[in-house]
Design a protein around this ligand. Sequence first.
Ligand SMILES: Nc1ncnc2c1ncn2[C@@H]1O[C@H](COP(=O)(O)OP(=O)(O)OP(=O)(O)O)[C@@H](O)[C@H]1O
Length: 300
Amino acid sequence: MIEAIAVSKSFDDIKAIDSVTASIKEGSVYGLVGTNGAGKSTFLRMVCGIYKPDRGNVIVDNSEVYENESIKKQIFYISDDQFFFSNATPDDMKKYYQVMYDTFDGERFDKLIKQFELNPKRKINTFSKGMKKQVSIICGLCATTKYLLCDETFDGLDPVMRQAVKSILIGEIMERNMTPIIASHSLRELEDICEHVGLLHKGGILFSRDLDDMKLNIHKLQCVFASEESEKQVLSQLQVMHYDKKGSICYLTVRGELDQISQCMESVNPVFYESVQLSLEEIFISETEVLGYDIKKLIF
Ligand SMILES: Nc1ncnc2c1ncn2[C@@H]1O[C@H](COP(=O)(O)OP(=O)(O)OP(=O)(O)O)[C@@H](O)[C@H]1O
């Protein structure tokens, strides 16, 4: 388990991370979404022990991570700024990581390099951006660490490769108890893979939720009320997060369990009503609107 407790990190007068508290359970896929400069990379770099927090603690499996070799061996950080030795080939990087990680699976590395149609003996600095990204991802997967930190990992991959990498990640999560944290500026990128999403904004976590809970607890209704009184009654009884009316059709985003919402609607005998599934984007828009933010322009 990874626990960040009131963690802060500044670079001169820039507060990159401001008192973030988060808890990432083992075996779950945690998505960290936020705009450019929100602090995602800084947060991940503290989680893997590259940066020491100015304040607060990052605890991994009950131990402080910074300068803790045995804990760091359980974490692989696939950085946004990829690192390869100059003139290194994929095979050279394999040898390097075999020394760094006892758990590195060389055979799997060879298999994946072949599967991704990369030449293990070609210099990585002659590879395209997407090919370099593939080498980093393969190194990360083959390190077979308990925690895998993915920083904008899908960026720069073509759609087919994105899906291939996601499938490999999902397979890995199912096969062994791996815990990935995936940072991205795009919620769409995280929707089909993460179980929990934290929204980072200007160095702070705005909110953090289980996606299933979010989907079960927020509903969109379209309805036509029989009278103004029944409309008022419903609006006063339900926890309405967003309300809009076009002609006689009302559009409501409501927090709560569907059974209770349906009961309330049926009690006023509307002319028509139906509940529509919200997309994750719509849920985020509603949640952040309540907090007074307009993230529509920022993270989609
Ligand atoms: N080494 C550094 N020195 C100075 N400032 C830094 C450093 N690293 C990050 N920052 C600043 O900290 C803030 C957060 O940066 P960070 O890279 O963590 O954001 P991010 O969410 O990963 O952004 P992006 O999506 O653009 O990669 C930014 O204002 C950035 O300029």
